[in-house]
Design a protein around this ligand. Sequence first.
Ligand code: ADP
Ligand code: TRP
Length: 320
Amino acid sequence: MRVLSGIQPTGRFHWGNYFGAIRQYIDLQNEDESYYFIANLHSLTTIDDKQKLADLTMDAALDLLALGLDPTKAILFNQSDVPEVSELCWLLMTQTPMGLLERCVSYKDKIAKGISSNAGLFTYPVLMSADILAYDSNVVPVGQDQVQHIEVCRDIARSFNHKYGEVFVLPEPKVLESAAKVPGTDGEKMSKSYDNTIEIFEEPGKLKKKVMRISTDSRPMEDAKEPDTDPIYQLFSLFAADEQREQMATLYRTGGFGYGEVKKQLLEVASDYFADARQRRTELAADMEYVRDILAAGAAKARKKSGEVLLRAQEACGVK
Ligand code: ADP
Ligand code: TRP
């Protein structure tokens, strides 16, 4: 089985990205074959600052490696280092009905948010389809918001296969368990777009400030509180061991505590949780040559596989 997923480098990764996606990618690297890439071509649809995109792309690689993505198990690369995907994208584009893209919710959402429309933004799901089909991927772990794009990919692959023969493998989405959304500092879903994120490798002083600023209700200290609906408890339980979690839940249900105290404990468990990864990240950042080598080796493997699939598609439709 081949697993593939991509993650956009549109900002530094936050706790929501970790628990909602990255941690699960890392668990899946023990599958038969796994491909993970940094979707910098997709980010070009929304970022137009050259240095920012380049920096965020390398930060993404550093973060993923520091968090445990193992290049001896998974193939890690930058999307733009595999030109075969962009070539395949064109072949797919010619088979994509406009209506299929017009129905995509994520495009409509971005436009509604005021992101200016461009053809790249509109055809985003076709590039995503090429990313997936280029490696004969069987399983694509994604957040719920990306499932529609996998459906688009399957539609395009099906219609290509119908016209030209069995060229593409149809992928299945694997919806990541982010049903319990990681809350942000304002209690809403943590997201770059809401400016409520806590980054995984936040500078310690800033981390403390952000944790201390997490919004709380204004009920008196002595009141008993329901832990499961409280964002601080929800965050705490992501990091804490079972015993710590139970103790904290009991504290909430008993009442008579201050949020300041609970936030301090959250800061502590979260700092401990990422301490080793933080150390690894510092070491990796001091050896960027090594990181670049990993990406280059990953891209070479990715090009080999995608080159075969591209040729199959080109021959099937009469351009080779
Ligand atoms: P953002 O909302 O910050 O722009 P992305 O849309 O780039 O994040 O998300 C990348 C991945 O991280 C997706 O798989 C998404 O489902 C997951 N993710 C992002 N935020 C959260 C969250 N608050 N809780 C759970 N998963 C999340
Ligand atoms: N669109 C995905 C996101 O924003 C990132 C992505 C690009 C992707 N290409 C992909 C995910 C291919 C899975 C497979 O989260």
